[in-house]
Design a protein around this ligand. Sequence first.
Ligand code: SF4
Length: 163
Amino acid sequence: MLLSWALLRTLVRLLLGIGRRGLAAFRANYDADLLPPVTPAEREALSTFGGCIACGLCDRGAAGARGSGAAWRGTMSFVLAASRSMPDHPAAARMLAGVPIEALEAEERSCPTRVPIAALARFVLEKAGEIERSGLDNRRAGSEPPSSAAGTSGRAAESPRLS
Ligand code: SF4
């Protein structure tokens, strides 16, 4: 009975054009889950990010060997774990801080399954930026969103070079 009522209500609202639709509806439903929308190009790119076979070759490259400090666990770890869940992208972006994008591009060339590691890093940074600009990650963690001077711009200074 409840499902029938919900279906009827949804159909009536659609027919009358009531309520949020499209991107506004998506944001209303998923912002709190730290899931920003993706563009058609990003959706297409997402299908190329999952080809890792955990061979570890990328960890022999410049970024894998040098890393960027205590947070960096190596490129394979970034590809297989840190970058996998969009709500975790702000943390993954902090891991990337100090890793030159050129090093990731070099490691990508040695990848046997051609995982686009640099594009994955750019995607992670982009979505992390969207989440941080929304302030939702701070609110979910129970703290106040940072001011633009101390928060987003401070983290941006730690981001890898993207040129
Ligand atoms: S080289 Fe490619 S397949 Fe191997 S661990 Fe790195 S990303 Fe995965």
